[in-house]
Design a protein around this ligand. Structure first.
Ligand code: SAH
Length: 213
């Protein structure tokens, strides 16, 4: 049993997200079930775990702010059983939300230290995801195609490999930009090509290149 004040804080966070414009109750319900304080490993941040903020999670990386997680999850519009590729496992918080939404999640992390930390955490919490230590720019050709792809690091461009790993009628949500701020893009793949819509400004840590595995 968790302390009642944590349940209360989580409910309060969901109300904050609803007021901030997240209208999808399925996403809000999923987020009500995920104990974000268990993904914020530094005890100094614990009491702020249900603030609508990003936090450091080690290796210079961050757990995305709840609003960002809600926003990306809402745009993905997940149906039960869909195969989802996530780039940037990080703390595993977004992974857990996707699983609560009924997705079959494949997630890639490029930092070994985070991969080694998050894998046992998700297992312990009984979130069954396929986790990979690798390069998100390459996606997972052996597991493709995916219904949907979510990128949770700022990408300098939309990687072609990821587009090619989407099913026809698939969608990808990806923050694109070189600087500190990115444009969130929603990419639709049809049989004839792709269309891209810009849906807002966000701040992510950069999607890193040039690492040997
Ligand atoms: N979804 C995460 C957000 C983590 S921040 C969460 O909810 O906690 C972005 C993550 O992307 C970081 O963990 C970072 O190490 C990872 N990352 C950066 N470049 C990457 C790449 N090329 N491939 C895979 N992961 C990458």
């Amino acid at each position: 049993m968790e302390a009642p004040f944590l349940t209360g804080k989580r409910k309060h966070l969901i109300d904050t997200l609803r007021k901030a414009g997240i209208s999808n109750e399925i996403v809000l319900d999923a987020m009500l079930r995920v104990k974000r304080h268990l993904f914020v490993n530094d005890s100094a941040f614990m009491e702020h775990a249900y603030d609508n903020k990003a936090f450091q999670i080690g290796c210079g990386q961050t757990i995305s702010a709840p609003y960002t997680v809600a926003f990306q999850s809402m745009l993905l519009d997940i149906k039960r059983g869909e195969k989802i590729l996530e780039i940037g496992t990080g703390s595993g918080y977004q992974t857990a939300v996707l699983i609560e939404l009924g997705a079959k999640v494949f997630s890639i992390e490029r930092q070994k230290e985070l991969y080694d930390k998050t894998k046992p955490l998700l297992q312990k919490l009984n979130y069954k995801a396929m986790l990979y230590y690798g390069d998100g720019y390459k996606g997972l050709p052996l597991e493709a195609p995916f219904n949907k792809i979510i990128v949770t690091a700022g990408a300098p461009y939309i990687p072609n490999e990821l587009i090619s790993q989407l099913k026809p009628n698939g969608i990808m949500i990806i923050p694109v930009g070189d600087g500190a701020e990115q444009k969130m893009k929603l990419v639709h793949k049809s049989l004839t090509g792709i269309t891209t819509t810009e849906v807002g400004d966000f701040k992510f840590v950069p999607m890193l290149k040039n690492r040997q595995f």
